[in-house]
Design a protein around this ligand. Sequence first.
Ligand SMILES: [Zn+2]
Length: 218
Amino acid sequence: MYPQSTTFGDPRRLSHNAALEKGREYSRRYRSEHPERVHEYQREYRAAHRDEKRECSREWYLAHREKALERDHEYYEVHHEEALERKRKYYETHRDIKRKWQRHYYADHADERRAKAQEWRVAHPEESRAHGLRRRALQAGVTIEPVNASEVYERDHYLCHVCRRLVPARERSLDHLIPLTRGGAHSMNNVALAHRRCNSKRYNSGPAQLLLFHEPAK
Ligand SMILES: [Zn+2]
């Protein structure tokens, strides 16, 4: 049996505290003298306990969801720039993987995508034709300027530049006066309203010189 007054002044307890303190002092010194060994050890420890740690974090997250969200939010407010930078870096290193994934996705959903595109074209016939023209211009590598179809229709008084007759809305098309294939620009000055029928008849048959629109003198 120990005597009653063991809690204070007990030499065994004192030496126990002293030993603890000595141990702490030793480990402090060790850490400061061998930082790389400590890091190495921490890395190994983390690697060995990764799953445990994840499970633990997940449990904590589930139990403290509100708090976690708030914390994340606060973190982003303070580290906004860093977070953006990290995102950018992540995107850069994963770009190829992402592209590959996208290609696969597109290939797997080709029919679906075609159907969607077709739906859009039916719902937006004029925009769709304008897109088509722009794409052809891009492919031809000619100068591209903003072309506003409805402005062209109005400028041309809704008359077809080929047959000079009125063009109903569903038959409207834009015609390049100097064809793109001959280096004509995709620009307000090089497009005119035409029936779709007249347009395709005239396709690539040569510049409609007389009709070229010139910029008003400045
Ligand atoms: Zn016509």
